[in-house]
Design a binder for this molecule. Structure first.
Ligand code: DC
Length: 234
């Protein structure tokens, strides 16, 4: 049986940075499920489908040939065999991903792929519905969050460091709007799984969060071993 760590949380909580670092230290594959929704968005844009055309989104998604691979330790998303990583992080693709992700046929298709990956590989997977829906039996579940003020400031610092001009209040408003959409959608809304451990990173450095999550993973492993040896002793 494979070993799975699920990390869910709102946009900008640092899920991918943390998951990548934990993956490296614990020798796990990192699966970024947001990138899969973004690849589906690239497919829809290329097909000329509008964000409002729900029927077309729900039927066309079946034709999208999305696969994952790894090059130099980095996740690569392929659309019909083409590496589309370079197109995933634009505003247009982000908006399309947000618009298509609530629709059940889109989710069903990508969740199936995610489950298959996790069944075959020891992995750490991040997203919005991993602990609640994709991997309900994951050995470790983390709900990673931070206040919207802190998440907005992190994003603001990231953009200003790149020389882009931006407005902190506008970033915070966008983050809160996305949180609301993710948490209130009908299907697979973002929420903490009952058995997930809440990690609020508002007052923590990246290194502290990584160390804390590794500690949680190690404790869960030890507990699993103790339970198994007790079962065997019975
Ligand atoms: O984490 P991200 O910004 O790359 O995610 C892109 C979009 O996909 C975002 O609108 C939320 C959605 N998403 C989702 O619905 N379920 C997931 N497991 C991952 C992402």
């Amino acid at each position: 049986m494979s070993y799975n760590v699920a990390i869910d949380g709102p946009a900008g909580a640092g899920k991918s940075t943390i998951a990548k670092a934990v993956a490296k230290k614990k020798n796990l594959i990192y699966v970024d499920t947001g990138a899969m929704y973004r690849a589906m968005a690239v497919f829809m844009i290329r097909e000329g489908i509008s964000v409002d055309d729900v029927d077309a989104i729900c039927s066309k998604c079946q034709e999208a040939d999305i696969t994952l691979g790894y090059e130099n330790g980095e996740q690569v998303v392929y659309l019909a065999g083409e590496n589309v990583n370079a197109y995933l992080r634009t505003e247009e693709v982000g908006n399309m991903a947000s618009a298509i992700s609530p629709h059940p046929p889109v989710r069903a298709k990508l969740v199936e792929l995610q489950k298959a990956l996790a069944a075959k590989n020891d992995c750490i997977m991040d997203g919005r519905d991993i602990g609640t829906c994709v991997l309900p039996n994951a050995q470790v579940k983390i709900y990673l969050t931070a206040s919207s003020e802190v998440r907005a400031k992190r994003r603001y610092d990231e953009l200003t460091a790149k020389g882009e001009s931006c407005d902190l209040e506008k970033i915070k408003a966008d983050i809160e709007e996305r949180d609301y959409r993710d948490m209130h959608r009908e299907h697979s809304p973002l929420k903490q799984a009952e058995d997930a451990i809440l990690v609020d990173t508002s007052q923590m450095t990246i290194d502290e969060v990584i160390e804390h999550i590794i500690c949680i993973c190690d404790s869960a492993r030890k507990l699993e071993k103790i339970c198994k040896s007790m079962e065997n002793a019975e």
